[in-house]
Structures are given as C-alpha cells and as structure tokens.
Design a protein around this ligand. Structure first.
Ligand code: ADP
Ligand code: MG
Length: 226
C-alpha cells in the first residue's frame, strides 16, 4: 500500500502552512523595509542606492506572495461556519476599495442579501479578493468591475465578478489555478491557485467566460444552505 498525497492535498497543506507563517513574517519584513528607506540618503553612492532599491523591491515581491495567501486577518483553522455571502462580499468590496480607486476602477455591486453557505469566512474573503484583484489589474487604464450575487435554481449561490479587461484565450483559462502561472511582469502566479483551492474545499465550482479585448467573467458557485 502506497500512501501518497494528492496534488490538491499538497496544495492545501502548503497553503495552511503559508498562512500561519505569513502572518508572523510580514511584521519583521515591514520593519526591515522601513530601515532600508532610512538608509537611502541623498548623498549616498549610486551603487549603494541601487542595492537599497533592489532590496526594497525584493521585500515588496515577498509581500505580494504573502498577500495572495493572506490578505488580512490572522490565519484561522476554524471549521466552516454559516456565512451570509452577501455580507461577506460587502466586506470584500470595502477592503479592495482603495486598490480599485488607485487603478481608476469603479466597482458596481448587485448583491442579494440572504444567501447562506458553509465556509471559513476569511478563506472565502481571500478567494474573492484574489479574483477581484485580477479583475482590477486586467484594466491598465481603469474601467468597471461588476459583482453580483444571487441564489440560482439548482441549489447554488452564484457569485459573478465581471471586468472589461484584456481577457484570456481558452488556453490561458485552462491554465488558471496551476501554481506560478502568471503573465504579469511581477505576478506571483499564486492567486488563482489559492482561490481555486479554497473554492474547491467549500465544494464549490468556478466557471470562467472570457473574450480577448472584451473582458472576463468569473462565476463562483457555492452550495447554498438554508
Ligand atoms: P498573478 O495575478 O500574480 O499573475 P494569478 O494566479 O492571480 O497570478 O493569475 C494568473 C494569471 O491569470 C494572470 O497573470 C493573468 O494572466 C490571468 N488572469 C486572471 N484573471 C484575469 C482577468 N480577470 N483578466 C485577464 N487575465 C486574468
Ligand atoms: Mg493575481
């Protein structure tokens, strides 16, 4: 008998561990970044300035990776609880609001209030934030993102996140969720892996509709409870 971990199980363990460590690592990184900025004085030699800049960029990159796993809050191993999806989405929109503004993106919501699912609320937030962040980043010149949520006929809560961004080919859509798949210059390629894995752990589904140059819609279906 061979005991092997499935890929999905490996990813789950990686993401659990990462979220535990990430929280503890972020603070010392912020402190280090602060001191590096203090070192960067105007009369410093060009080479030293360069090294400081590179160090700060590397720290920012590490921070991006952490953000894909743990945007906010402490990691929790709490079991799943009853969650009002509409409520949770309003929270997520608030959290992402300033990032959207900074990218000239307006978020429109059409959120149905009384849809309940079994989920870990922090993980649900994280999965939505990673999708929303990509929607915002898909529009380099700004635009609109629509978020809607309603219960559909066959026992699922349907969450839709739609952008007017660059879009994806079928081949790109098929690769979503695999680790380190990124087309961005400084992307982590971890955001979708984390989102897909979280949604799967809630027995949910993800559907992606996209057209190059037109936009993308992510549809997340979560089993509805009463
Ligand atoms: P990252 O954002 O760090 O690149 P992700 O795992 O979050 O990594 O996303 C992987 C890739 O999927 C992105 O680099 C991008 O090419 C593509 N992608 C995801 N969402 C969208 C979207 N809404 N519009 C266009 N491309 C997207
Ligand atoms: Mg991303």
């Amino acid at each position: 008998l061979r005991l092997e971990m499935q890929d999905s199980e490996k990813l789950r363990v990686i993401s659990e561990l990462t979220s535990v460590f990430a929280h503890e690592i972020r603070n010392p990184m912020q402190v280090t970044r602060g001191f590096l900025q203090l070192l960067d004085e105007p009369d410093l030699a060009q080479k030293k300035k360069e090294y400081i800049q590179l160090s700060i960029e590397e720290l920012d990159r590490a921070n991006e990776i952490i953000n894909d796993f743990l945007s906010f809050g402490k990691p929790s191993n709490h079991n799943e609880v009853r969650v009002d999806v509409g409520n949770q989405l309003h929270r997520v929109v608030n959290l992402i609001h300033s990032y959207a503004l900074g990218n000239n993106v307006v978020i429109k919501t059409d959120i149905f209030e009384n849809g309940w699912v079994y989920a870990n609320p922090q993980k649900l937030d994280q999965s939505m934030i990673n999708i929303l962040k990509n929607a915002i980043e898909s529009m380099p010149n700004g635009g609109m993102v629509w978020i809607s949520c309603a219960s559909n006929e066959d026992g699922y809560i349907k969450i839709s996140i739609k952008d007017q961004g660059i879009g994806m080919s079928q081949e790109q859509i098929d690769r979503l969720g695999s680790p380190y798949y990124s087309l961005k210059e400084s992307g982590t390629g971890l955001g979708m892996m984390v989102s897909y894995q979280i949604i799967r752990s809630f027995k949910g589904k993800v559907q992606v509709k996209s057209e190059k140059g037109v936009g993308t819609e992510f549809i997340v279906l979560l089993p509805q409870i009463t």
